[in-house]
Design a protein around this ligand. Structure first.
Ligand SMILES: NC(=O)c1ccc[n+]([C@@H]2O[C@H](COP(=O)([O-])OP(=O)(O)OC[C@H]3O[C@@H](n4cnc5c(N)ncnc54)[C@H](O)[C@@H]3O)[C@@H](O)[C@H]2O)c1
Length: 430
């Protein structure tokens, strides 16, 4: 394939890992066929491979059951959308870079600092771009805050506080019953859930290095000894309190229809069990039917992180699993003013000291669009920016290239080390 400017035709991409995230990003091609075309799929799961291929009209010869077969087939596209799970990100991206692909890579970049640094070196050595799916940078809420910070509206940032209120049902689905419930399988909960928030903190500080990190956290709530009287092993098998339990799998995944794309494994490709089959799965072998107090989870359910930057500024981030309401908040305090808001409320406030007689501070309310997806509208805006980059049209201020996304990840890895060892961790320069 030629590396000439590509603004005359759609960017072509291959999906590696046809899970719900990659399919969501690839859906941009259905809305904007003049900009992006999916020309291949790689997935060892034969159902996902075939369904994804059909959905995007991929030629049968471009459906690959393994990465090895795909990378040895010669370059067939401009880029790859890598939507594999956390632990596969680095092992799958290394051969893609060697095969000459630029990669849109899901977060977290990797599951350990060493492999993330290895990927960084490989991208430099091969001269390829790796863009990390830090979708919140594209949510209008955060993108507008960043613009205001860049414009100097609150001066130099001195202190920041962010909070990720995961919610009890998201916590139960992802980090107690689900795929991210054990650290040795995928990422820590902080990295899976909050590498975005740690990235936002670094982004807001714009080029100032984080230098040291401390963190505390633990798993207090979702432990066997916390099980209420009458709780069983599965909600629909042997539990006498299912009807009144806030964590009932039947209530979350059938009655409220939450998290279907995780609980019913191929829902994102149009395959969903019947209501009877759903009940039977939750009663028997679906992992999401398990009692939240009797799972094999070992990740934390809350964690606090403190960061210091090279210029002395500080940031605190609080990840709280069991909140009633899911939402993210941000409070930035600078030398000239402050910005505060909750993304899901679609508004932030800029406050500045007001020297006028009778006034204390002036306040500007800024409304932001939150429609679009569960990341405040960030998911497809990120794909649009990736397409612009691939066409040689530059990227927006939200660009999360690997080399700049690494800093938030380094904070996360250091925070987990700090929490586990009970010590402060100094960050080395890249
Ligand atoms: N950006 C975000 O805000 C955000 C939100 C949710 C999840 N994620 C991340 O998205 C990623 C994907 O999550 P998901 O739930 O869509 O995953 P998934 O488990 O649904 O899909 C992963 C797919 O990869 C395939 N796969 C495994 N090994 C492979 C290989 N060697 N080559 C090709 N394909 C392979 C699997 O068969 C599977 O179909 C995760 O890393 C997750 O942390 C990001």
């Amino acid at each position: 394939m030629s590396d000439s400017p590509r603004n005359a035709r759609p960017v072509t991409a291959v999906i590696v890992g046809a899970g719900h995230r990659a399919i969501l990003y690839a859906s941009y091609a259905e809305k904007h066929p003049d900009e992006l075309r999916i020309v291949g799929v790689v997935d060892p799961d034969p159902v996902r491979l075939q369904r994804a291929g059909e959905r995007f009209g991929v030629a049968p010869g471009h459906l690959f059951a393994s990465l090895e077969v795909f990378t040895s087939a010669g370059r067939i596209a401009d880029a790859v959308i890598n939507g594999t799970m956390d632990a596969q990100h680095v092992p799958t991206t290394l051969p893609l870079l060697a095969a000459g692909y630029d990669v849109l890579l899901e977060k977290p970049i990797g599951v350990a600092e060493d492999e993330v640094m290895e990927l960084h070196r490989a991208a430099l050595a091969h001269g390829r771009k790796v863009i990390i799916c830090h979708v919140l940078r594209y949510a209008p809420f955060y993108a507008e805050i960043r613009k205001r910070v860049l414009a100097g509206e609150i001066g130099d940032i001195i202190a920041m506080h962010t909070s990720e209120n995961v919610s009890y049902h998201h916590m139960a689905m992802g980090f107690v019953r689900g795929k991210w419930n054990r650290k040795e399988r995928q990422s820590s909960m902080l990295m899976a859930k909050c590498c975005h928030d740690l990235d936002l903190i670094v982004w807001m500080k714009g080029g100032i290095d984080p230098v040291r990190v401390s963190s505390f956290g633990g798993r207090q709530h979702f432990r066997p000894e916390m099980a209420p009287e009458g709780a069983g092993t599965r909600c629909l098998l042997d539990c006498s309190i299912e009807e009144t339990c806030a964590y009932s799998a039947k209530k979350h995944y059938i009655e409220q229809g939450l998290w279907g794309f995780y609980v019913w494994s191929n829902q994102h490709l149009g395959i969903k069990p019947s209501p009877e089959e759903q009940l039977e799965q939750l009663r028997t072998d679906n992992p999401y039917g398990r009692c939240v107090w009797r799972c094999d989870n070992d990740v934390v359910d809350h964690q606090a992180v403190i960061v210091q930057f090279a210029d002395g500024a500080t940031a605190t981030h609080n990840m709280i699993g069991g909140t009633a309401k899911p939402c993210r908040s941000m409070h930035l305090v600078g030398t000239k003013g402050e910005i505060q808001g909750v993304m899901e409320e679609g508004e932030f406030v800029i406050r500045k000291p007001d020297p006028r007689k009778g006034h204390v501070y002036a306040e500007e309310r800024v409304a932001t669009n939150v429609a679009g997806d569960m990341h405040g509208g960030g998911d497809l805006r990120l794909v649009a920016d990736f397409v612009r980059m691939m066409r040689g049209q530059g990227m927006s201020i939200s660009s999360a290239a690997l080399e700049i996304s690494i800093y938030g990840h380094l904070i996360g890895f250091a925070a987990d080390r700090s929490m586990e060892r009970g010590e402060q961790v100094l960050l080395s320069k890249l």
